[in-house]
Design a protein around this ligand. Structure first.
Ligand code: SAH
Length: 249
């Protein structure tokens, strides 16, 4: 087997936020595999490169297709949004390797790091992830809603800043409202809440509010929601979380 597979992320949307290493890996590939809109972020520079665009809901099929191409000797780049390891294709590739042809374990597979949405979103508003934080996907396509509730409660009790990925979609309109209601029962109403849509692009929109006032309908599938810790606060026009506990130096 002389093929290879690299999993890359495009970053949050603006070309400069895709790393040079990811762009170079894409330029070397004979085949690009990914969700159509992510592939569209990559300018076509090589007429000999095949693009295999797919729908967003078939990640495992897409991973298997990419592995089969690599096993057949192609040099494949699997393209995700953001960072490919955060709620994205890199894990889908390893799930497919684990369940698939044992020979896939001997393939040359690499993952390139990328700029994930929560980092781009945090940078839009200041430094809300400056203390300890966690990331939770609100999508219950692959896990039970009870698991998500347990993790939200634990994160609130541990006073983490919480980055919420996949806060809403047409198929899941109620979940962010339910998550905010749960968090309101555990955290102060004045806790800062940030809705950052299309972070790191020229269409970025930020809504800065509080847990008491947050309206879940502001979020869509291009929004990252950040819920502050007890120390998260405003200074001038920025929101930040200090690195240490209040009073500690
Ligand atoms: N691998 C991606 C995340 C995939 S999950 C990454 O590392 O960023 C998809 C979710 O990511 C979206 O529902 C949204 O919550 C978030 N997201 C992706 N791009 C975003 C952007 N530019 N601005 C805000 N949120 C974004």
């Amino acid at each position: 087997m002389t093929g290879s597979l690299v999993v890359v992320g495009t970053g949050p949307g603006r070309a400069e936020l895709m790393t040079p290493a990811s762009a170079a890996a894409v330029a070397r590939a004979t085949d690009l595999v990914g969700y159509g809109p992510y592939l569209d972020r990559i300018p076509s520079t090589r007429p000999d490169q095949c693009r295999h665009a797919s729908d967003n809901r078939v990640e495992l099929d897409r991973a298997r297709h990419a592995l089969a191409l690599a096993a057949a000797g192609r040099h494949v780049a699997v393209v995700s949004g953001g960072d490919p390891g955060v709620f994205a294709m890199a894990a889908a590739v390893f799930e497919a390797v684990e369940a698939g042809d044992p020979l896939w374990r001997t393939l040359d597979i690499r993952v390139e790091p990328g700029v994930t949405a929560m980092l781009a979103a945090a940078a839009e508003v200041g430094a809300p992830l400056g203390g300890d934080f966690c990331a939770i996907s609100l999508s219950d396509n692959l896990k039970a809603w009870a698991t998500i509730e347990r993790r939200l409660s634990a994160a609130a009790e541990a006073d983490f800043v919480i980055a919420l990925y996949n806060p809403a979609s047409k198929a899941r309109p109620h979940q962010l409202g339910d998550a905010l209601a749960l968090l309101r029962s555990k955290k102060k109403a004045e806790t800062p809440v940030l809705f950052v849509r299309a972070a790191g692009t020229t269409d970025t929109k930020v809504v800065a509010t509080t847990l008491g006032a947050a309206d879940a309908s502001v979020a869509d599938m291009r929004t990252l929601v950040i819920i502050g810790a007890s120390t998260t606060r405003q200074v001038g026009r920025w929101i930040y979380t200090p690195r240490g506990e209040r009073g500690a130096s």
